[in-house]
Design a protein around this ligand. Structure first.
Ligand code: ADP
Ligand code: MG
Length: 498
């Protein structure tokens, strides 16, 4: 070989070595980056861990807080609000009734026709529309005029265009925000939640506001009851099955109510009802306990929300927030590694990732995770490899599993408070035989998160059995109530008339 050839060969070898070194370097760097995201995931898993022992601590804390909230006004973060509902629909109601439901995302209008037999419940013309976002921070006048206008259109449709004034229509107003009731048909707004911010409405009588708007439109309609959405769900549950004593909503937000003995409502001594009990609206979204597994993402989400230091439980378990927790994890991973490639600023927008999209990714059963790719693309993340898409599914799983399991602990806490968890409750003095006499207990559940996100529902139900044990679980029936909040509220109004 000539000198020149040797020199060429040497250069080629050096070049090949440096390319190889570069590739090894890159591979090592990319492995390091991958290790970073794996560590972030591991940290998330650890921080969201909910072993059954921890869930039991949450159960106990829920039951203790319920007691405290019933003992004195302001005694707990749980408001344990009186609803003035002490008789629930029996199935013997008859007539035609309306319900208007203002939820966190949707408003619904429907009509029920009842024929004095449980089997004769005809739910007619259910209308469901997203609440126009500008209404959430408008004025009470704008909001209620809109609701009255929507009701008018609903009735016009029912009557083919002309509204006969001779008929007085009885309406239930299902309102999914905390209200301090003074009677079943009146109560003032305590605070907004779920992103609503019409400050001048706090302290106003909600039923009066709606009645005023209906009167201004000349609609012959009477707001016969102001009903929390959970109480509506309980009413429908009870109508079908009188063993229903608890109702829980998992939708945009989350809340629960249950039937309590009046003598246990210590803060209202002397409260008398014909049934000896009253439905209590817990407003459990505001539940807090140091046993709740909180992550840095929860802390940041809360700090940046319009109601920080408020609704801590709701922010871990409900539809408005799960998507944003997942988004925050992905955002951090994309900032600390390049596994998501070059990202756009979309990922930094609060609430840009909805919980609907989280469930679509979580439940993506295509081999290539095409749904995950589609959702990520909408977030400005394109062409990520399959292993990164799998990582995203895992994040959805961790966040939703924690939510479902904590939701179950909340339910078990209520069962414990009323002595239906097989342990005899937290108050002593029950005899052994009483403890052993487990009653059948139905928990009515509704809300878009529960109805549509199968993995959330399965995690919740699985954890409930884990907490209660196989034997007691046999007596606890969880029943889904589609549109229960609105239908049940109409039934409640019907039961008031009979
Ligand atoms: P509202 O809270 O207005 O009463 P819903 O009870 O229908 O309304 O709950 C709507 C919320 O439920 C949505 O905002 C979303 O957070 C959640 N949700 C609805 N469908 C799904 C779904 N397929 N997957 C995950 N979450 C869902
Ligand atoms: Mg709802």
């Amino acid at each position: 070989m000539g000198k020149v050839a040797v020199a060429f060969a040497a250069v080629a070898v050096v070049a090949a070595c440096s390319v190889a070194a570069m590739m090894v370097g890159r591979r090592m760097k990319s492995r390091r980056k991958w290790r970073t995201v794996v560590e972030i995931l591991k940290e998330l898993e650890d921080d969201c861990d909910t072993p059954v022992a921890r869930l039991r601590q949450v159960v106990d804390a829920m039951a203790v807080e319920m007691h405290a909230g019933l003992a004195s006004e302001g005694g707990s973060k749980l408001k344990m609000l009186l609803t003035f509902v002490h008789v629930l629909p029996t199935g013997r109601e008859k007539g035609t009734y309306y319900a208007l439901h203002l939820g966190g995302t949707y408003f619904r209008i429907l009509r029920v026709h009842l024929g004095a037999q449980r089997s004769y419940l005809d739910v007619q013309d259910v209308e469901r529309h997203p609440i126009p976002s500008h209404l959430m921070n408008s004025t009470s006048e704008v909001l209620f005029n809109f609701l009255a206008f929507s009701l008018e259109r609903f009735i016009e449709k029912e009557e083919n265009g002309s509204i006969s004034q001779g008929v007085k229509r009885e309406l239930a107003f299902t309102f999914s925000f905390p209200v301090k009731h003074t009677s079943i048909s009146s109560g003032v707004l305590i605070k907004w939640t779920k992103g609503f911010e019409i400050s001048e409405m706090v302290g106003k009588d909600i039923a009066e506001c709606l009645q005023g708007a209906l009167d201004r439109r000349g609609l012959n309609m009477h707001v016969a009851a102001l009903v929390n959405d959970t109480v509506g769900a309980l009413s429908l549950g009870y109508y079908h099955d009188p063993d229903t004593v608890v109702a829980v909503v998992f939708g945009t937000g989350s809340n629960a109510c249950y039937l309590e003995r009046t003598d246990a409502i210590i803060k209202c001594q002397g409260l008398l009802t014909t049934s000896g009990s009253m439905v209590v609206n817990m407003e459990w979204g505001n539940f807090w306990s140091s046993h709740l597994p909180r992550t840095s993402y929860d802390i940041d989400l809360d700090a940046e929300s319009s109601n920080s230091n408020d609704m801590g439980f709701e922010k871990m378990i409900s539809g408005m927030y799960l998507g944003d927790i997942v988004r925050r994890v992905i955002l951090r991973m994309s900032q600390e590694s390049d596994v998501f490639g070059p990202t756009t600023s979309v990922l930094s927008d609060p609430y840009v990732l909805s919980t609907n999209s989280v469930s679509a990714m979580h439940e993506d059963d295509t081999p290539e995770l095409q749904e995950v790719a589609r959702v990520l693309k909408d977030l400005g993340v394109s062409d990520v490899p399959l292993k990164v898409r799998k990582l995203v599914v895992k994040i959805c799983d961790v966040v939703t599993r924690r939510a479902g399991r904590l939701a179950a602990a909340g339910i078990a806490g209520i069962l414990k408070k009323i002595g239906r968890d097989g342990s005899g409750g937290i108050t002593s003095g029950r005899s052994r035989s009483e403890i052993q006499m487990q009653k059948r207990t139905v928990v009515a559940v509704e809300g878009g998160l529960y109805m549509n996100y199968v993995m959330f529902r399965e995690y919740m139900e699985e954890a409930l059995v884990e907490i209660l044990g196989e034997e007691v679980s046999q007596y606890v029936v969880v029943k889904a109530m589609e549109d229960g909040s609105s239908i049940g509220s109409a039934l409640l109004v019907a039961s008031l008339q009979s």
